[in-house]
Design a protein around this ligand. Sequence first.
Ligand SMILES: *[C@@H]1O[C@H](CO)[C@@H](O)[C@H](O)[C@H]1NC(C)=O
Ligand SMILES: *[C@@H]1O[C@H](CO)[C@@H](O)[C@H](O)[C@H]1NC(C)=O
Ligand SMILES: CC(=O)N[C@H]1CO[C@H](CO)[C@@H](O)[C@@H]1O
Ligand SMILES: CC(=O)N[C@H]1CO[C@H](CO)[C@@H](O)[C@@H]1O
Length: 174
Amino acid sequence: MKIVILCVVSCIMVVLAGVTSIWLRLGNHYTCCVVKPDLTNKSCFEDWHQFNDRCFLYIKKTMTWLEAEKNCQIMGANLTSVRSTDEYKEIQTLTFPNYRKSWIGGSAPQKGNAWRWSDGQKFDYTNWCYGEPNSPEDQRCLLMNFSEEKCWDDDECGLNLTSVCARSVLSLMD
Ligand SMILES: *[C@@H]1O[C@H](CO)[C@@H](O)[C@H](O)[C@H]1NC(C)=O
Ligand SMILES: *[C@@H]1O[C@H](CO)[C@@H](O)[C@H](O)[C@H]1NC(C)=O
Ligand SMILES: CC(=O)N[C@H]1CO[C@H](CO)[C@@H](O)[C@@H]1O
Ligand SMILES: CC(=O)N[C@H]1CO[C@H](CO)[C@@H](O)[C@@H]1O
């Protein structure tokens, strides 16, 4: 990540929302330096794909839904949520060219409970295939790229599938 360091020579306290300032000692006087991430440029780790405010990574290794979520968490991410059609299309491009069925972050952890995203986003946008979800008893995890329509299906959390992780773009606080 590129870091822009703007040094303010006179010692004026700079308090700007979301901006970290540090005091640097130069000889016998202090300088106020503003450190801020350059969000205009790429701010995802190598190999992660940036779209809007998030970074995405397609995981080719197949795992159960829970293993896949834990695998994302090790990287400071969660299985991805989906907030719009544009975002879904973008996430699907990561699974090109095979468009394999892949875990994303939707689950209905308790019997009869509503679907939710593991990253805490509101479960507003959906792209369920026709007639899905259809198995509240034993299929409580959400997979994408189901059928020719490449829509969403509920399936058994113990299936081993590829997956897509997402995290917010990097900031200096990370
Ligand atoms: C989402 O991921 C973060 C960090 O990766 C983790 O702390 C949090 O518990 C995850 N959310 C859920 C519901 O597992
Ligand atoms: C998923 O993989 C694990 C081993 O990694 C295996 O124990 C489990 O049976 C597999 N699940 C299915 C549904 O094949
Ligand atoms: C990696 C990346 O996106 N780099 C860009 C950073 O910003 C400069 C100037 O706008 C571009 O030329 C780089 O391509
Ligand atoms: C596993 C699976 O459902 N794959 C499908 C994903 O979408 C492509 C394109 O529609 C199909 O050709 C695959 O069969």
